[in-house]
Design a protein around this ligand. Sequence first.
Ligand code: SF4
Ligand code: SF4
Length: 125
Amino acid sequence: MKKPEDYTEEEWEAICNRCGKCCLIKLEDEDSGEIYYTDVICRYFDEKTCSCTEYENRCMLVPECIKLTKDNVDKISWMPASCAYRCLFEDRPRPARQPVSGRVISETRVEEDQLEDHIVDWDDL
Ligand code: SF4
Ligand code: SF4
């Protein structure tokens, strides 16, 4: 099986299917550490193109936006199980792309204390 380190940079970037699920706002249960996904999405996400409008500066603008690399892909347990990188790393088949467009709301339109009301349990996360 091809390992992450065997991919060229170009091949590595191409693995992402641009579903947008890693751009959803997540909540963490302080006691259990469990991660909950919401249908609220990062302010820099463009629903029309299903992509980041600040891709080059993303890690600077959004500290919790972590660049997935061949070295950290195994350590990011909060990535959605359907993420193409997680599937690759866990040696699971990659599911068909199911973009978040059309079912999300920008974080600019949701108060922080309302985030809990936006927790979702999508089958394709
Ligand atoms: S900065 Fe861009 S890549 Fe990072 S979470 Fe926001 S929309 Fe997604
Ligand atoms: S969840 Fe994975 S496959 Fe989907 S956009 Fe994010 S990095 Fe790409």
